[in-house]
Design a protein. Sequence first.
Length: 193
Amino acid sequence: MRRVAQALDTGPASLYVYVANTAELHAAVLDELLAGLPEDGTGPWRTRLDVLLRGYADLLFTYPGLARSALVLRPVGGNALRLYDRVLGLLLEGGVPADRAAWGVDLLLLYVTSNAAEHSAPAPGDIDASADENAKTSALEHALRSADAEATPHVALHVDQLLGGTPAERVAWTLQVLITGIAATPTTVAGDS
């Protein structure tokens, strides 16, 4: 808050007239940035949904600190609500029943947000705050490749598949899996009461 106040040539106390805390400031910044998401355009609903969700992911990767904030602050500004509406509308357009589509919005946005947060810079105070993304990725790859075949036989046998694909390919695949699952899975699963 002090840095923002300094950039605005005012005192931090002046900002608290407009926002209650840093989380609320992050929510306002994120909501403003959401206005720049790509428009729906033309084409099949799945393609337009994919473009919208990837646009949201790109935004969060561009501003990594906001990705972590978005996990806990649940943006509720006008542009965030329009994002919810657009995702819901595209699912409904695809013939997804309203109950599944409504829950699917949360699942899709949570996946994109958490994926971006996972790959964003560490928060101050994190144990690995000095490690960059390449170092974290290398550490994971090293751990998987050197896993004890007796203790973790599945990991040892399928390590290339675990590490395979580009980040973009993995995101594209995950979005399609989620959308297909949302469309096919009732909100009340057999055995639920």
